[in-house]
Design a protein. Structure first.
Length: 219
């Protein structure tokens, strides 16, 4: 994996989470998905440790200091699944997972990251969740629909992301894994409400990025 592909996965996940938080994401069942009150920004808490020396200076931190701006521990398990070149979920304990493939071999990995992220998120506009914003068996088991890739992407309390793209003999294969795991049945996908505008809106363990309408978990 290249830093550019990692960044593409991370940026697209956070861009989509921001759209949802602001009430700008189209939902096939309700016009737009409800706004999110405390949507977390995806980035590892290790980012704060790696960047702490820059907090009181004007020096710009490196793009991927120690490769920890997102969770490389989670990436290692995504890599293990992708390297098998078998299009199937790994069912890693405690981790959520999205998988994607194309028969185009050796696709540019940044392009693969973009297409995978777009495909997963498109489930909202294609199939919808509805205003209740709750993951239920009825929603999950609708015929000829998929929604679980989208719901994992925007699961409020998931904030660690690790992804990998593998060139297999018959496909380009992308895997993202998520921590804490989302897609818990009969739970809200995220808390509905006006998005954060100040740190106190995010609770005691996060600060608000008002421009993104996302809560950044503190290190």
């Amino acid at each position: 994996m290249t830093d550019q592909a990692r960044q593409k996965f991370l940026d697209m996940h956070n861009s989509y989470r921001s759209q949802v938080a602001k009430g700008q994401a189209k939902d096939a069942l309700s016009g737009y998905a409800p706004r999110a009150a405390k949507m977390k920004k995806m980035q590892s808490i290790l980012w704060y440790e790696a960047n702490s020396k820059y907090s009181s200076s004007t020096e710009v931190p490196p793009l991927f200091p120690e490769k920890k701006i997102y969770d490389c521990g989670v990436e290692s398990t995504a890599r293990q699944n992708a390297k098998k070149c078998v299009f199937a979920h790994s069912h890693m304990k405690g981790l959520g997972e999205n998988i994607w493939m194309t028969t185009a071999r050796q696709m540019d990995k940044v392009k693969a990251a973009e297409q995978a992220s777009q495909g997963w998120f498109s489930e909202l506009a294609k199939y919808g969740v509805g205003p209740a914003n709750k993951l239920t068996m009825q929603l999950w088991n609708r015929p000829k629909t998929q929604i679980g890739h989208y719901t994992q992407m925007v699961w409020q309390n998931t904030y660690k992301l690790g992804c990998f793209v593998e060139w297999c003999s018959s496909m380009t294969y992308g895997v993202c894994q998520y921590s804490p795991q989302g897609n818990m049945m009969n739970q809200l996908i995220y808390e509905k409400g006006n998005p954060c505008t100040k740190d106190s809106d995010c609770g005691s363990n996060a600060r608000c990025s008002a421009q993104e309408a996302l809560c950044i978990v503190k290190g």
